[in-house]
Design a binder for this molecule. Structure first.
Ligand SMILES: Nc1ncnc2c1ncn2[C@@H]1O[C@H](COP(=O)(O)OP(=O)(O)OP(=O)(O)O)[C@@H](O)[C@H]1O
Length: 237
């Protein structure tokens, strides 16, 4: 169950309160997130921006359950991640879509098989047959302009094409939470626009909450809200 915002009547898939994070221990510990308070509603696209080293990637990985929370409260898709066990973190990861810069495509699978893999591990696709998954994977690759390359292995694809496969893999299961780190960095202007239009569609049609780190000025208009991290603190939004 996700929490309902009584005032706005909207779900809040992400709710952070007084979140702190440190790297290292003892005297060498360095605080990289300081008292973060942030709510993201269903259907909302939030852009996270800020200078290098300000903590954007750290925050994004914590939202996806890829890094343990140490202090404060971090509720994502209804799960409290502070002191969460591995089962809870795995449950969250399976419901979220991730687009990170190191595409993490499986090299021995074709583009289409990589996208299908994203469906196979998604709880919402449990029990669906192989043909339905193949159709969805092909359609998603078509939407990111890779219809002609669906049977290529990653090593035969350019950086931007690999990025688009990773985007198709993340979007195919229609996740309720999408986390993206510079998703348009390797893409030309038109393809970048097509990709963020797909994000908008996911937010509008599925009520997905989307958090995207980007410095790409060409796509900032897709955001419902832009927040800035500086030195580990949220300074705007
Ligand atoms: N695994 C780690 N161990 C120790 N320090 C780390 C680790 N990962 C990140 N840091 C430090 O934490 C701070 C925040 O890093 P983070 O990668 O979250 O910043 P960022 O805003 O995403 O930067 P960029 O825009 O350059 O990707 C930086 O000072 C970084 O050096």
């Amino acid at each position: 169950m996700t929490l309902l915002d009584a005032a706005a009547g909207r779900e809040r898939p992400i709710e952070l309160q007084h979140l702190d994070h440190w790297f290292g221990e003892g005297e060498t510990a360095k605080q990289v997130l300081i008292d973060i308070n942030l709510t993201v509603h269903a259907g909302e696209i939030l852009i996270l921006t800020g200078p290098s080293g300000s903590g954007k990637t750290t925050l994004l990985t914590m939202l996806g359950g890829l890094r343990a929370a140490q202090s404060g409260s971090l509720k994502v898709l209804g799960e409290e991640l502070l002191h969460a066990d591995n089962d809870a973190l795995t449950r969250l990861r399976r419901q979220a879509g991730f687009i990170f810069q190191a595409h993490n495509l499986l090299p021995y699978l074709t583009a289409q098989e990589n996208v299908r893999f994203g469906l196979e591990v998604s709880p919402t696709w449990l029990g669906r047959g192989r043909a339905a998954m193949d159709d969805c994977a092909a359609s998603m690759l078509g939407q990111v302009g890779l219809a002609e390359r669906q049977h290529y292995y990653p090593e035969k694809l350019s950086g931007g094409q690999k990025q688009r496969v990773a985007i198709a893999r993340a979007l195919a299961p229609s996740p309720r939470l999408l986390l993206a780190d510079e998703p348009t960095a390797a893409l030309d202007k038109t393809t970048g626009r097509d990709v963020v239009d797909l994000f908008r569609q996911l937010a509008d049609d599925n009520g997905a909450a989307i958090v995207m780190v980007t410095h790409d000025n060409k796509i900032l208009d897709i955001a419902d809200r832009i927040v800035t991290l500086e030195g580990g603190q949220l300074v705007a939004g």
